[in-house]
Design a protein around this ligand. Structure first.
Ligand code: 5AD
Ligand code: SF4
Length: 421
């Protein structure tokens, strides 16, 4: 979502006649889009702002947007007095106001509206993929997570707006739609006639659009994986056979203290149902190690569930205490060296599964979507249905289909290589 916000900010300013540069001394406006989910990124923000301040030309405007902006609020101006703007994750559409009046200090960290999605034009890394935000914020209140504070309570966008944006994306070149939300499968919208729309309704409607060939959504909360949504994996072949459904921990008592009150049996049962609906489905997860009170035995349970489910792609993190969260105040915080040891062990296992899955793709033909040329221009980057990166030589005649059958010839942990069929 944060990366997506960055694209939208770039698109909005492009719309206002600006062009992008990565070179700070050239820039007339410098925007640091920030993430507060773990301390490491947050800790770097103010030193980065200090560096920007020294490197920028004196007249250039600079400021922060995103979750750290919301977290810091007016304190950011106290720490760096010449900062021009501090805008939270739901108010960055107000950024052009600073262009109109560069002498003001723009502060807006309010929550509660998704107007930003109405006002801003689209732009992504690839013309073939459209990210469509459908929901923002989260009502789950996991005890480690700052998101309910920074992005607020869950809000779902009107169904008609999402369909309108999806059709627009299809007409302007999108082949793949990715629905976005912190709790995307919790999408619920009731229209003025009292009709309830869920994510399964959005998928069914989107699948009818002829230009759209691939549909996915991220990120999913286990208990929102209702049967209507599981059925979509059976009935809608355009829905990719890949799902990010974070488990976070394999120990029931840790999940309880995380305020993720699903049973491991239920989680495994959902995966079982998904595999029945779509036998080739693969799952990815997020993990947190070293949550307060996590014992060696609890950690072994996490290893066990990882071994059982064989996630093909995962993100794992050391628990990071965050302000405004209950877990930061829990006793039995785990020492850093133990967190590091557990993370290394889990990562090593997850990487070996990812590599094995990538290797299992060799000699298979996968339908892949073109993302664009690589840095050298000698290769093209495609994405498989499982979101693996697949590199192919650029055809000598310069033509390359957007959606291509690719024979996989080699694999490592990070990517695949192949040839166009
Ligand atoms: N510490 C470590 N990881 C966290 N995440 C969220 N909050 C924290 C935290 N305090 C992870 C979760 C989530 C992902 C986006 O970030 O695994 O799924
Ligand atoms: Fe944070 Fe995700 Fe839990 Fe919501 S479901 S509180 S976004 S970790």
């Amino acid at each position: 979502m944060n990366v997506y916000d960055g694209w939208r900010i770039a698109a909005m300013l492009t719309h206002h006649g600006l062009t992008q540069t990565d070179n700070i001394p050239d820039a007339d406006i410098i925007i640091l889009n920030t993430c507060a989910v773990r301390a490491k990124a947050t800790d770097k923000v103010f030193s980065a702002l200090g560096r920007i301040r020294r490197a920028k030309k004196p007249s250039a405007l600079f400021g922060i947007v995103g979750c750290v902006a919301r977290e810091a609020g007016s304190d950011a101006f106290r720490r760096i007095p010449d900062l021009n703007f501090v805008l939270g994750p739901q108010s960055y559409h107000k950024l052009p106001e600073i262009l109109k009046d560069p002498d003001t200090k723009l502060l807006n960290i309010d929550l509660g509206g998704l107007e930003k999605f109405d006002e801003l034009p689209q732009m992504t890394h690839s013309p073939s993929v459209a990210y469509i935000p459908i929901q923002e914020g989260c009502n789950h209140v996991c005890t480690y997570c700052i998101v309910p504070y920074t992005r607020g309570r869950e809000l779902s966008r009107p169904y008609a707006d999402v369909i309108r944006d999806t059709i627009h994306a299809a007409k302007t070149g999108a082949i793949e739609i990715c629905f976005l939300g912190q709790n995307v499968n919790g999408y619920k919208y009731t229209d003025e006639n009292g009709k309830l729309f869920r994510l399964s309704d959005l998928i069914r409607e989107t699948a009818k659009i002829p230009e759209i060939m691939r549909i996915r959504f991220t990120s999913s909360y286990p208990t929102e994986m209702t049967d209507d949504l599981i059925d979509m994996f059976k009935s809608e072949q355009k829905l990719l056979p890949f799902l990010n459904m974070p488990i976070q921990s394999g120990a029931q008592n840790v999940l309880k203290r995380m305020n993720r009150p699903y049973s491991l049996e239920l989680y495994c049962d959902i995966i079982h149902k998904l595999k029945i609906a779509r036998p080739d489905i693969q799952i990815s997860s997020d993990f947190i190690v070293g949550f307060p009170g996590e014992t060696d035995e609890d950690f072994e349970q996490t290893m066990k569930i990882a071994e059982q489910i064989k996630y093909i792609n995962s993100y794992s993190f050391k628990y990071s205490p965050r302000p405004h969260t209950a877990a930061a105040l829990m006793p039995d915080q785990i020492p850093e060296n133990i967190k590091s040891e557990r993370l290394a062990k889990l990562d090593s296992y997850l990487n070996s599964v990812q590599r094995a899955f990538n290797e299992s793709c060799i000699d298979k033909t996968l339908e892949c979507l073109l993302e664009g040329p690589d840095k050298t221009g000698k290769h093209l980057v495609y994405r498989t249905p499982y979101m693996q990166q697949c590199i192919v030589p650029t055809p000598t005649d310069g033509t390359a289909p957007k959606l291509a059958q690719i024979k996989i010839t080699a694999a490592n942990k990070a990517s695949l290589r192949g040839t166009l069929e």
